[in-house]
Write a protein that binds this ligand. Structure first.
Ligand code: CP
Ligand code: NVA
Length: 312
């Protein structure tokens, strides 16, 4: 694995499969002490429930320590330059997980940090979410290759990472978004290269029904991401036809699952009741963030000898 995880494309399909395999083993093993002399800094420019808590608990379950730096504390690029923060922080800790407004901040952090940097969400990607989502899909479907994931709504950070991840492991990926709100074009082209290797489908459409028809997984995320609050009214108007509701879900394959990274805006991108429906796996998704991140920390920091079982 490369030093950092800024993008899903920092990994190849074998590395993703190895993370999933390790996560399955670590989930079964519970608490360990192998990272007892390691410290993770969690430095966030935006709020978080899942990412912060899952990283903190993941590190503790591996015997390690964490330091949390809230949005107001560091003033990344304001109180102190990003290169200086990177050089100082990496003298104290063994790995840094950062949530940043700009993906560029992460690239600069990575360039100047002596320790691994993990993207805990940027405006471009949310790789930890996508990798954990593959774990959840594997647990529910017992396979990844050949499945079809339909993403409905904003082509945002979550969509970009999910598209890369799905295409890398041989899943079909369809996204339905309004014109002008789809995924990053460069990342779409990169995903197309991955899809060509597996001979899988990578589709962009404005038609939600077309995307969901026969899909194994229906996935959505908020219409307005953190940092876009000024656009909330416009986005409600633009995305009005992009809600996942029971009518849309009925077009998916029988037994299809519903996924959402959370937090959800009930009544906007997802109709009331869908999160609690039998198809929903959203709370397993949230839990699996922790297990996948344990695998990631273990592989980045080393020191664990875990017999691999299960997923291949
Ligand atoms: N899904 C996710 O990243 O949630 P948080 O913003 O609460 O961390
Ligand atoms: N797209 C959302 C994801 C939150 C986990 C955001 O960036 O706010």
């Amino acid at each position: 694995m490369r030093k950092d995880l800024l993008s899903v494309s920092d990994l190849n399909s074998e590395e993703i499969r190895s993370l999933i395999a390790d996560a399955i083993d670590l989930k079964a093993q519970g608490w360990l002490s192998s990272l007892s002399q390691k410290v993770l800094a969690i430095m966030f420019e935006k709020p978080s429930l899942r990412t912060r808590v899952s990283f903190e608990v993941a590190m503790r379950q591996l015997g390690g320590q964490t330091v949390y730096l809230s949005p107001t504390e560091v003033g990344l690029g304001q109180r102190e330059s990003v290169p200086d923060v990177a050089r100082v922080l990496s003298r104290y800790v063994d790995v840094i997980a950062t949530r940043a407004f700009s993906h560029r901040t992460l690239e600069v952090l990575s360039a100047y940090s002596g320790v691994p940097v993990i993207n805990a969400l940027s405006d471009e990607e949310h790789p930890c979410q996508a990798l954990a989502d593959l774990l959840t899909i594997y647990e529910k479907k017992r396979e990844l290759r050949g499945l079809t994931l339909a993403y409905i709504g904003d082509g945002n950070n979550v969509a970009n990472s999910l598209m890369l991840a799905a295409s890398l492991v041989g899943m079909n990926f369809r996204i339905a978004s309004p014109a002008g709100y789809s995924v990053n074009e460069d990342l779409f082209n990169q995903s197309q290269d991955y899809a060509a290797i597996h001979g899988t489908e990578l589709v962009y459409t404005e038609d939600t029904g077309l995307a969901v028809s026969g899909a194994d997984i229906v996935y959505t995320d908020v219409w307005t991401s953190m940092g876009q609050e000024a656009e909330v009214e416009e986005r409600r108007r633009v995305f009005a036809g992009y809600q996942v509701n029971s009518r849309l879900l009925s077009l998916a394959r029988e037994g299809a699952i519903f996924m959402h990274p959370l937090p959800a805006h009930h009544g906007e991108e997802v109709a009331d009741g869908i999160l609690d429906s039998p198809a929903s796996v959203v709370f397993d998704q949230a839990e699996n963030r922790m297990h996948l991140q344990k695998a990631l920390l273990k592989q980045m920091l080393g020191g664990l000898e875990i017999p691999l079982a299960g997923y291949r």
